[in-house]
Design a protein around this ligand. Structure first.
Ligand code: IMP
Length: 434
């Protein structure tokens, strides 16, 4: 019985949903610890495709407890819709819980996110405009609204009165936008409240009890390492901590309780929104990867920028997250390429570096140094064991493991549940003697 953390090692969209879905099979609890509905997971079960933004994809297995912990931010209207949508498709959501201490994404957060992006103009971050950044800003500024507040009418009104005074000064004074009224905001969120109330709980206690009982717990990071508030490519990042350390902060579980950390990487790299991307391909190969991989955002539909796998990024992610193993997803997308490049180091100012530059402002000057490998030009989607993969695909995976210093534990070769090679589920290898 163990606690396993799964994190993205790139800029998000590493197909973590696919990997969490695989590991969730063995988990009793599946927990998101940061972010909100800026994330998007696509999971295919049988012939059905599920696109989830808030609720952990573990909900698709009956009998799991799926939690959004205190470190997440929740848009109540969006949550109510997602719960309803799942129920309509026959999914049992009775095992879902959301922390009463999670901060609420209020309608004015969504509005401010959009207005701020418009105001930044060419310098915009490229956010999902879901209000995530402004909600975390209020959390740190100590004027946020938490899930518990939603169900105490007096407390909610008095908090809103205070916070809207400030927001309205900003809206009218800076953005030239009409002021919002307390009643208007309350009216807008009111329909969601009865729908989400049954799921609000003290998730930190639930989890500490589960940990004491040595249940299998899977912590699922949204976004990716290089969108982390501290370790990402600031300022082109999200406003939370997708890195493994964020799992402890977000859930209330101490670091000594974590048994294993798995990082997820695509067999290539993608990024949405602005910011440096050393291995980006602005050519026909990048377009081929985008089209074959359907690399368009689950949340915003934006085309993703595509590039070769960046070993420097991956090596740095292994270090930042203390990764024990990696899952390589979407290997099949590279099936047709005759040559594949992998970035092994960067060259910057006449020096070669193995890790991400500490000052990320140097990133646009970093030139990737590539090793070129022959492709395999064979369909890998039918492989179910490592040995069934073409030799050149195995060489590519071995190169990835060697470059980053973490063993490859899972390889995904297609979007469906069974299209994967699982060498280590993390839960089994983490089991400690009683
Ligand atoms: P925000 O999280 O909406 O504030 O957006 C900040 C940055 O994070 C933008 O570059 C987004 O494109 C990026 N981002 C946020 N969520 C995701 C995700 O789930 N996948 C990939 N990028 C994301």
């Amino acid at each position: 019985m163990a606690i396993v953390v799964v994190v993205g090692t790139q800029w998000g969209d590493e197909a973590k949903g696919r990997v969490t879905d695989l590991l969730a099979r063995e988990a009793d609890f599946v927990v998101r610890y940061q972010g909100g509905n800026n994330a998007g997971h696509t999971v295919i079960v049988g012939e059905e495709e599920f696109k989830l933004h808030l609720i952990p994809s573990g909900i698709l297995y009956p009998g799991k407890c799926c939690i959004m912990a205190a470190g997440t931010v929740i848009d109540p209207l969006f949550l109510a819709d997602e719960l309803e949508g799942l129920e309509k498709r026959g999914i049992d959501v009775s095992g879902y819980r959301v922390s009463g201490n999670a901060h609420v994404v209020m309608p004015y957060h969504r509005l401010l996110d959009r207005l701020e992006e418009e105001r930044r103009g060419r310098d915009k971050i490229g956010t999902t405009c879901r209000g995530i950044g402004p909600a975390y800003v209020d959390k740190a500024a100590r004027c946020g609204i938490r899930m518990y507040d939603l169900f105490d009418a007096r407390r909610l009104r008095s908090r809103l009165e205070r916070v809207l005074t400030d927001k309205n000064a900003l809206l009218t004074g800076v953005y030239n936008h009409p002021a919002l009224s307390v009643d208007g905001v309350l009216e807008e969120i009111a329909p969601a409240l009865p729908k989400i109330r049954p799921y609000v709980a003290d998730t930190a206690s639930l989890l500490s009890q589960a940990a004491a009982e040595r249940r299998n717990i899977l912590f699922e990071g949204a976004q990716g390492t290089f969108l982390d508030l501290d370790y990402g490519t600031y300022p082109f990042i999200t406003s939370s901590h997708p890195t493994a350390g964020g799992a402890c902060l977000g859930t209330g579980i101490g670091p000594s309780q974590i048994d294993r950390v798995m990082g997820v990487t695509k067999a290539y790299t993608t990024r949405v929104g602005a910011g440096a991307f050393p291995t980006e391909l602005n050519d026909e190969v990048g377009d081929r990867i985008r089209e074959k991989g359907h690399e368009y955002g689950t949340t915003t539909g934006r085309p993703r920028r595509c590039g070769w796998l960046d070993g420097v990024l991956l090596r740095s992610a292994v270090m930042i997250n203390g990764l024990d193993a990696i899952a390589v997803t979407r290997l099949d997308i590279l099936d047709e390429l005759d040559r594949i490049k992998i970035c092994v180091r960067y060259q910057v100012n006449g020096r070669e570096i193995d890790f991400f530059p500490a000052d990320v402002e140097a990133l646009p000057d970093c030139q990737p140094i590539y090793e070129e490998m022959p492709g395999w030009q064979e369909d890998t989607s039918g492989a179910r064991t490592y040995e069934e993969l073409p030799l050149n695909a195995r060489r590519y995976l071995e190169k990835i493991g060697e470059l980053c210093g973490a063993q490859v534990a899972v390889v995904c070769v297609g979007p469906r549940r069974h299209e994967a090679i699982v060498l280590d589920t993390m839960f089994s290898s983490a089991e400690k003697p009683a």
